[in-house]
Design a protein around this ligand. Sequence first.
Ligand SMILES: [Fe+2]
Length: 482
Amino acid sequence: MATIVKGSGFAAAAQGGYTTGGTKEDPYKYQTGFGNRFASEALPGVLPQGQNTPQKLKYDLYSECINGSTFTSPRAQNQLTWMYRIQPSIAHKGYTEVAFDKDALVADFSLTNPNINVPPPQLVWEPLEIPSSGKVDFISGLKTYCGAGDPMSGEGLAIHMYSANASMDKRAFVNVDGDFLIVPQQGRLDVQTELGKLMVKPGELLVVQRGLKFKINLPDGVGRGYVEEIFGARWELPELGALGANGLASPRDFESPTAYFEVDQSSWEVIYKNLGKLFVCKQDHTPFDVVGWHGNYVPYKYDMKKFIHVNSVTRDHMDPSLYTVLTAKSRTPGTPLADFCVLSERWDVTTNTFRPPFYHRNSAIEAIGMIYGSAKAPNFPISPGGFYYQSSLVPHGPDWEQFKNATEMELTPMKLFEDEMLILFEAPKSLVMSNFAMNTNTRNGFDMTPFTMQPQFLNHIDSITRELGSVGISGANGNVHV
Ligand SMILES: [Fe+2]
C-alpha cells in the first residue's frame, strides 16, 4: 500500500521551539545545538509527560528506546532516544545474510586479515567514478579504502568513499558497527532518519550514530563523497583550552532533525551492517514511522563554511589541530582515535615567516579529500573527489618551487583556500588498505613519483670553508666534503 499520510516536523516548529532551515535548497527544519537533549513531535501531544512508557500511548503508538551507550555509562556520556512510533522495529520478517564484495567493504583491519594490505606510505586516488550503468545506491556504492582496528575490539576506524547514481527508495540502512561521518562532495544527500529528515550538501557533514536507521536519496541524481566510520567511540567537539569558550565549530551551528513520519504499509528492506557482514530484514511497513521522540542520541549536520578559523597573527605556521571540527577519543589517555579537520578559506597575515607547512614527519597519519577547489600542486596531488593517504612519520612538505617561492615572496596578507575546501582525516597510527583501494583504476601511482630538492647550502661552500678556516678548522680535517 502506498503512502497515504505524511506527517511533518513543521508541526513541532509551530509549537514554539527555535528551528533553522526551510530554504529552497534545504526544505527541512532543524533543532540546534551539539549534544543537546531534544524533543520533537510531528503530532501534538504524542510525547508522554512525566514518564516514558505509560500503559497506553496517544493514538496507540508504541514506545521504543534506543541506547547508544551502556546502561551504566556516566551521565555525561549516556546517550539514548525514546521514539513513539506506529510499529516497533521488532515488526519484521527475520534476518537473512546478504552477499557482498569483501574486497570493497571491510570492517576487520587486523594484520591477520588476508584481505588487507600494508601500503606504500603515500598513495593517491583520482575521484571515484560515478556509476554510468545499473542502479547503484549509497549502500552498494560504498567502498572501503583504509582503516585500523575493528568493531569487535571496540576501537578503530574506517575511511570509505561512496559513489552512487540512485536513491535508496524502499531500502534503509543500519550500521551496528560504528558511527558514520558522511561528507558529500558531489550532489546533495536527502537523508531520512527515524528521527526526521536532513538535507546535506557538499560543504556540510552529517553524523549518523550506530544503530539508527536511515536512507539516502539523491535529489541531484548522483552522489559522491567521503565517509569516516569510528568503532567504539563518539564524535565530540574538541577542547578549546587557551582559546576560551568560542571559536572553531560552534555548538549552536550543529543541526538535528525534527520529527517526521510516514504512514506506509508497503514492502521495505532494512540492511544491517554488523561486524562487517550485511543482513537484510524485509518488512511490510516503513521504518520511518516515528511520530515523536525525545533524547540525545540524534543525527546532526554541520555546515563547514561556518567553521571559525583561529591561527597565528604574528609568525610561524601552526599545527593543523587548529582546524579540528570533530574528534573521537581512543582508549589511550590524551590520544585521539580520530580527528576530523577542515581546510577552508582564511587569511594568512604572518610576517618574517616561512608560510607553507614546514617540513615535518608527524606520528599522525594524514588522509585528505577535496570537496571543491582547483589546487593540484605536485606535493598536493588531488582534485575534487580525490583522496590522498600518507602513513605515520612520512616526511612531507612543500616542493622545490613552492619552497623557493615561499622564501622569496613578499609577505603581504593573503587569502588561503579561497573557493577551496579540503577535509583532513588524522589518526595516531598507520592504516591498512582494502583490496579495492589497492586495485581500483582510480589509483594514480603517485607513490612512485620522485621528489627532488636543491641543497642550496652547497652554493655557499667557499664561504663556509673560509669561515671554518678563520677559526682554525680546515676542510681537509673532514668537516667539509664537497
Ligand atoms: Fe602534514
